[in-house]
Design a protein around this ligand. Structure first.
Ligand code: TXA
Ligand code: MG
Length: 354
């Protein structure tokens, strides 16, 4: 059966629909909902059967743990055994918001929800629809991104419907999300906090608040034998259907190289997609050029990345070339997702040696 889709905004919340959605979750069903990062696929975090249903709906391996979403600071105490001082400081600064913390889990959290781990990922989203839903569901909602495993995370309710419309009960449509990339994940189970997934809250912002913070080695050297600490980061997520390559180097060389590949590929009958920016789009001589945003406003690039990848799936290109986007603050998060989508395929057109 098709999921019921209900539209609302953060300013005008449909209380009746939230009450019904809360009841669906309490009864073990699945409801997708907006957050400030991406749409989530919610189930009752305290119900092992609901967590198993989430894995099944997404086609996700059940060793890849879910994030438990809360809507009150005090809910945290019930699901973790200990809150380190630094975690408390970070929560005070960034919750509600795009931050997920890994802590030692309390007995009450089912192993199904944490993918068999003794730790639990917790997030307090700032989206008001998400908060109302979590409260209506009893306070603890397990939610991965609401996409089919291997597809880009959904940034609109329509994306959710495309992927999961026939396998879940309800979709709360709060319009397009704000940020467009998943939350920053910080692991507090070791002495020094470790970033397991970069996001809107950057490493620099974390260091400003906490002092020393490490980056997970599995993220820095993703091709090496070091496994990422977040089980989900080892999978080739966000993969478009076409082959995607990132072209790296000085801007003029990147544009010239992409125009050259375009010609060659078109000669051999391939349909080519190009991911460009407001500043560069006019320099491409053909292919399907999609503008991801402006280099002057990095938020636009983060916001449009997944939408652009999904659009390319629909226009059935064979290859996609993308510029790189090492923007000042969110560049690390944007490039982390883009590199994963590309399976780390990079074409280097660096400056020639003098
Ligand atoms: O912004 C977000 O975080 C979105 C919205 C819906 O809140 N959720 C999201 O969930 O991105 P998901 O399931 O797509 O990604 C969760 C990531 C996965 O890479 C998973 O492996 C990791 O968090 N994770 C969850 N629990 C963990 C744990 N106990 N230890 C290490 N990594 C964990
Ligand atoms: Mg995901």
């Amino acid at each position: 059966m098709a999921a019921e889709v209900i539209q609302m905004t953060e300013d005008v919340i449909n209380k009746e629909a939230i009450a019904r959605a809360g009841k669906i979750l309490k009864d073990g069903g699945l409801v997708a909902f907006p957050t400030e990062t991406v749409y989530g696929l919610g189930g009752n975090a305290m119900d092992p059967t609901a967590s198993m249903k989430i894995y099944a709906a997404k086609g996700r391996p059940s060793d890849n743990p879910l994030i438990v979403h809360i809507a009150e600071m005090k809910s945290l105490e019930k699901i973790v055994t200990n809150i380190p001082e630094k975690a408390r400081i970070l929560a005070e600064k960034y919750w509600p918001g795009p931050l997920t913390m890994i802590l030692q889990k309390a007995e009450i959290v089912p192993m199904e929800t944490t993918g068999g781990l003794n730790t639990v990922a917790v997030r307090f989203p700032s989206d008001k629809i998400a908060q109302e839903l979590i409260r209506a569901a009893g306070g603890y909602v397990a939610a991965p991104s609401a996409n089919t495993s291997g597809r880009p995370s959904p940034t609109t309710a329509e994306h959710v419907r495309e992927d999961l419309g026939t396998v879940i009960d309800m979709i709360l449509d709060g319009g397009p999300v704000g940020i467009g990339l998943e939350s920053t994940i910080v692991d507090f189970t070791e002495e020094i906090p470790i970033v397991l997934r970069p996001g809107y809250i950057s490493l620099e912002m974390l260091r400003e608040t906490l002092g020393e913070v490490k980056m997970d080695k599995g993220l820095i050297a993703p091709d090496s034998k070091v496994r990422p600490k977040a089980p989900g980061m080892k999978y080739r997520h966000y993969a478009p259907k076409a082959d995607l390559a990132i072209v790296k180097g000085p801007m003029e060389k990147v544009i010239a190289a992409i125009n050259h590949f375009l010609k060659e590929d078109e000669k051999s009958g391939k349909k080519v997609g190009i991911i460009a920016t407001e500043e560069t789009k006019k320099y491409y001589s053909g292919g399907i050029v999609k503008c991801i945003g402006s280099r002057e406003e990095e938020e636009t690039i983060a916001h449009n990345l997944y939408e652009v990848l999904r659009e390319f799936d629909q226009c059935e290109v064979n290859v996609i070339y993308s510029e790189e986007f090492y923007t000042p603050r969110m560049g690390q998060a944007i490039m982390n997702r883009l590199l994963k989508a590309a399976g780390h395929k990079i074409i280097n057109v660096q400056e020639e040696a003098e």
